[in-house]
Design a protein. Sequence first.
Length: 259
Amino acid sequence: MDEVTISRAIVESYMKDFMEAMETDVAIAGAGPAGLVTAYYLAKEGIEVVVFERQLRVGGGMSGGGMMFNRIVVQEEGKRILDEFDVATKEYRKGYHVADSLEAVSTICSRAIRAGAKVFNLISVEDVMIREGDRITGLVLNWSAVSWSKLHVDPLTVRCKLAVDATGHDAEVCSIVVRKVGPKLRTKTGEVMGEKSMWAERGEKEILRNTREVYPGLVVAGMTANAVFGSPRMGAIFGGMLLSGKKAARVAMKSLKQG
């Protein structure tokens, strides 16, 4: 085996995918459960979708389960989505189903990629492109190591017809929009309202209502949706994240059709 050939294979194949990703239908920030589920349902419909994940691993908070016990809980509706992905669950008691968080993350990610989504890890979204009458038209990217190392390195951009903020508690893309254009989100204050303290039942109910287009060309999904609209966090129950991802895909498809 030749080391240079190995290196060429990695660089050439990666750059081919990255070049193709620079113009896409939907760009998703965050490869947590909501982002990956959104990507899966979009890719299944033949929509070009790319996911950019800041961290080395995908899965967001799902990977750690509850307090590093790699188990998650889903309700009946969430179980149906895990059934679709062929992730094993066990009924703990009526209405509560337990799954292995690592199996769930790896399976959902694999299915999303197999459906046609591209996932790039270790890439951060540091800005947005806004054109055409205050509409998000792209994401501004940099290697995560650049910000971690506090280096001054200019970013690159990708163009998209629609973006999805699935970055979780920090609602990173929405926060960027507020910083750059002011309080223009479709919330009561126009800003990111911030998540409230844990209340699993209420948070799970509100996450679907909060999953929507929050700024022209920008949909929120998963914990980002609750953080943006000021709803509670839910802890280690993940059914809402899965359902939010599925709804975000529907919202995105509707927006693309209206286009």
